[in-house]
Design a protein around this ligand. Sequence first.
Ligand SMILES: NC(=O)c1ccc[n+]([C@@H]2O[C@H](COP(=O)([O-])OP(=O)(O)OC[C@H]3O[C@@H](n4cnc5c(N)ncnc54)[C@H](O)[C@@H]3O)[C@@H](O)[C@H]2O)c1
Length: 389
Amino acid sequence: MEKVRIGMVGSRFAADLHLRAFEKLRATKLDILAVCSKNRENAEAFSKRFHIPHVYTDYRQMLERKEIQVVDLCVSTDLHHTIAIDAAEAGKHIICEKPLTGYFGDGKISRQTMMEEALKNASSVLKAVQKNKVKFCYAENFVYAPPVTKLKSLIKASQGTVLDIRAEESHSGSHAAYSREWKTSGGGSLMRLGSHPVGAVLHLKHYEGLMKFGRPIRARSVIGDIGHLTKMEGFRKEPKKWMVDSWVDVEDWSAALITFEDGSKGTVLATDVSLGGVKNLVSVHMSNAVAQININPNNSLVVYSPEKNIFGSEYITEKVETTAGWQFPSPDEDWMRGYPQEMEDFVDAILEDRDPISGPDLAFDTVEVIYGAYLSAETGKRIEFERKR
Ligand SMILES: NC(=O)c1ccc[n+]([C@@H]2O[C@H](COP(=O)([O-])OP(=O)(O)OC[C@H]3O[C@@H](n4cnc5c(N)ncnc54)[C@H](O)[C@@H]3O)[C@@H](O)[C@H]2O)c1
């Protein structure tokens, strides 16, 4: 069988995740031909570790390689739209990490301008994708997490109405330097963490609509709020900090209340002020059923140890402050979060010339909800979406 030939852009955290997710498919369905990173040393170390034959420091040169069919974007979000457009113009399919794009500049300008810029960036990627007839695979792993996939089958079987979805991603703060400022991160907790639960909520309603009416049920409006809780006086006075508090101009707490075209509701929480490890949660309240998804933490394995070194260097789970006490080690965190499944769908979509399950519509609508929530948080008003697409 013919293999899909991939060039990676980026060689750090997300690239590492993708390579682990690609690993089993390399024997049968794909070849990783090249990696590009602006840091040559890092790219070379990455190519050695994952046996990738070609290394670039300029992605445009990598795009010139005719045999590369797919460009996998694992670069910071501010670079997504430019590289995605260049890749589409070079006739390459695109795998793009979440979120698709945003506004990257002065964090003090009006949220209206931010929203317009973010949607302009998102639309220009989608236009380039359409014009060049390439596929856009949106790497929103929540869509592929096994409990979400199973829940979709249950929703289909029940034929109930999805009334109310609540979803969250929270932890105690990113350690990436780019996350501190709007100009490099495009927002705070809602942008970085919230894109996952926003993506999950939108996807489930899109899915319900496609199943029942042949078209997605999209968000009609959003109300948002944000907070800077690590700037509170009481918090600042405490001598020991258990969470990241070096945010410059981005929020560390956020909420988005979404109303869908059919009147149903989605509530998303995304915060950088939550101790006890990462929370990736979704609950769905239907007319005839209720479901609770615990991607993290989940109790498939629960352990206790009286002090933190009992399990040595064994991985427990992401972002716990201590490994002592009761813990929820994830037996296969990558699988539970849907990373290998999303990469397999993308590769199959390209091989079979079909749309991926997570594609451009979800990518665009996620940007719209996030920036709509930011605008709402600034104005105190509900933001209604204009439907041009
Ligand atoms: N799905 C998930 O769970 C998940 C987790 C982490 C990050 N992400 C997303 O992945 C993306 C990357 O995040 P990260 O944490 O890996 O960032 P990172 O800062 O760790 O890595 C960015 C990489 O991009 C490279 N790079 C920067 N500018 C470049 C350029 N001009 N040309 C080529 N390479 C360049 C850097 O050298 C580096 O290798 C972000 O969009 C983030 O939102 C997703």
